[in-house]
Design a protein around this ligand. Structure first.
Ligand code: PGA
Length: 255
């Protein structure tokens, strides 16, 4: 749990496994993690829902690893076939949930209002909410990056108490960089991270110096260092490169 340079915020590397990995893959991943010392960063993994209990059991041998979900329901309980409640996740021992990933927004048509309800459910149940924002290539080319991100943050994070705001992590994930191998340059990412930090303070009443803001979009062992060198980038939300234990270990031990 290091503090880097003058940063007061801890570095987080969060693996978003998406709809990947089977039990055999998980066994081999865990065996490889067992060969290393506890890393100096916060190392978190979000597997598919059904694999959460399996990973929580395995994690007993890896006390430094935290397990989370990739999504949760906007509702508390009831007739929501196929949904998973934040309370059920918490009951299992889940530490966090990702909310508002661009794949949820685009493939499943989830709105900013729905994200806001999900954030509130997660926080009510004491899960840390990793709230994702990011512009499409079309938005960026039309010079709409900051307005799109403003709208996502203002609607997705509205009406939260000061205590709840402390359990929010932001992930800036430009949609054009996700799964494409095309990472935002550290300058492009830092510009948006700084914008987000200021907006959290000025418009949403966050104690924004303390808020962790992750970058996501083709993060890999070869670019993590230059991203983490930026003053407002506090870690990575990592898809593809978190699937291989070797790369995940490199990401977590590189600083
Ligand atoms: P990627 O995915 O690292 O494969 O680009 C990141 C994400 O979607 O969270």
């Amino acid at each position: 749990m290091t503090k880097r340079g003058e940063k007061m915020r801890q570095t987080h590397i969060v693996g978003n496994w998406k709809m990947n990995q089977n039990l055999k893959d998980i066994d081999s991943f865990i065996e490889q993690l067992k060969t290393i010392e506890a890393p100096s960063v916060n190392a978190w993994i979000a597997p598919q829902f059904v694999h959460i209990p399996y990973l929580l059991e395995k994690k007993e041998q890896l006390p430094w690893l935290q397990i989370g979900a990739q999504n949760c329901s906007h509702a508390t309980q009831g007739a929501f076939t196929g949904d998973v409640s934040a309370s059920a996740l918490k009951e299992l021992g889940t530490h966090f949930t990702i909310i508002g990933h661009s794949e949820r927004r685009s493939i499943f048509q989830e709105s900013n209002e729905l994200q806001n309800a999900k954030v509130k459910e997660a926080l009510k149940n004491k899960l840390i909410a990793i709230f994702c924002v990011g512009e499409t290539l079309e938005d960026r080319e039309a010079d709409k990056t900051f307005s799109v991100i403003t709208e996502q943050l203002l609607s997705g994070l509205k009406d939260l108490s000061p205590e709840e705001k402390r359990d929010i992590i932001i992930a800036y994930e430009p949609v054009w960089a996700i799964g494409t191998g095309k990472t935002a340059t550290p300058q492009q990412a830092e510009e948006v991270h700084l914008f987000i930090r200021n907006l959290l303070k000025d418009e949403l009443g966050f104690s924004s110096e303390e808020t962790i803001i992750l970058y996501g979009g083709s993060v890999k062992p070869t670019n993590i260092q230059e991203l983490l060198a930026c003053p407002n980038i506090d870690g990575g939300l990592v898809g593809g490169a978190s699937l291989k234990a070797e790369d995940f270990i490199k990401l977590c031990t590189t600083i």
